[in-house]
Design a protein around this ligand. Structure first.
Ligand code: FMN
Ligand code: SF4
Ligand code: SF4
Length: 277
């Protein structure tokens, strides 16, 4: 069996998890394509599809919704793989809009796998916790790979409050686009490396007459501010939630302390032996 993993990843977490899934599926003898949704509109027919995305405000990013909306009718099996910063059940209904669109087009929704990865916005997790998260995702992915390989179906549970939050937070897409126009670059910190311009997945950053211009197509993906080597980007009204700089996923996971809130959910998530569901 062949699988195509279509992914979007603002700051690399979802890509890391998607790459690990690819490796697991290859070990099971599959041919696997890993495709950035920003670079394709073409779907490999006959392959099982995995759609991988980070949760933004209890929803998928806008470009992932646009990608699914543009898909032709099909009959393939589809799985979702998603990452989020917290093990909240409020994240559970994020795929609902995608599911409705895909089912109308004839696709068969088979399941969803959810992995906790370090926050790229809101607050910074420790490097040791980031490292523990990636190791845990890799351990959990073995089950996902097995199920995808066998074409097994698992129900996607969506509590009512998660459905409610998804609808309330739909405003996030418009909010991010508007807030993106408020981004600014601190000239005193900027070293003109052009990384932000090059990396923006929506080509939303340009330089006109020596000035940085942030357009109206921001996805809120955090990539520019996260990757800026001198932390020179102010992210408008959300600047107080900014996280700058990559995580060290090689840090020692054994010294990771759990955040004070949602501790039980984190413990359950990290306890792979007893809670693999
Ligand atoms: C705009 C935005 C909104 C987010 N909303 C949520 C959320 O609703 N729930 C959550 O648990 N994490 C949320 N996060 C955290 C990301 O889902 C998480 O860090 C994810 O692993 C990032 O993946 P990436 O590196 O592939 O972009 C949000 C991050 C951003 C940038
Ligand atoms: S990434 Fe940061 S330092 Fe580089 S050009 Fe952009 S704002 Fe300036
Ligand atoms: S401007 Fe920054 S946050 Fe907005 S889409 Fe581009 S890289 Fe992402």
């Amino acid at each position: 069996m062949n699988t195509s993993i279509y992914y979007f990843s603002g700051t690399g977490n979802t890509l890391k998890v998607a790459e690990s899934l690819k490796n697991e599926l290859i070990l099971l003898g599959q041919q696997v394509s890993l495709i950035d949704i920003a670079s394709t509109k073409d779907i490999i027919q006959n392959d099982t599809m995995v759609i991988a995305y980070p949760v933004y405000g209890f929803n998928p990013p806008k470009n992932v919704i646009d990608f699914v909306r543009a898909l032709p009718n099909g009959s393939q099996k589809v799985y979702f793989l998603k990452t989020s910063g917290e093990p909240l059940h409020l994240n559970d209904a994020s795929s609902l809009a995608l599911i409705k669109m895909l089912e109308r087009k004839g696709y068969i929704i088979c399941g969803e796998y959810h992995y906790i990865m370090p926050y790229n916005m809101i607050f910074r997790h420790s490097d040791s916790l980031a490292s523990k998260m990636l190791l845990t995702a890799k351990a959990r992915l073995k089950v996902a790979a097995q199920e995808i390989d066998e074409g097994r179906r698992r129900p996607i549970l969506m509590p009512l409050r998660a459905r409610f939050m998804r609808v309330v937070c739909k405003i996030e897409h418009k909010g991010m686009a508007l807030n993106g126009m408020l981004y600014k670059v601190n000239k005193n910190k900027c070293i003109n490396c052009n990384k932000c311009v090059r990396l923006c997945p929506n080509k939303n950053i340009t330089i006109k007459n020596g000035k940085f211009v942030f357009g109206s197509n921001c996805l809120g993906c955090a990539r520019c501010a996260f990757q800026c080597p001198t932390d020179a980007i102010n992210t408008g009204l959300l600047n107080f939630l900014k996280v700058n700089g990559s995580y060290n996923f090689d840090a020692d996971p054994s010294i990771a302390e759990l955040p004070k809130f949602c501790q039980k959910s984190y413990q359950r998530y990290f306890d792979v032996e007893n809670h693999l569901d």
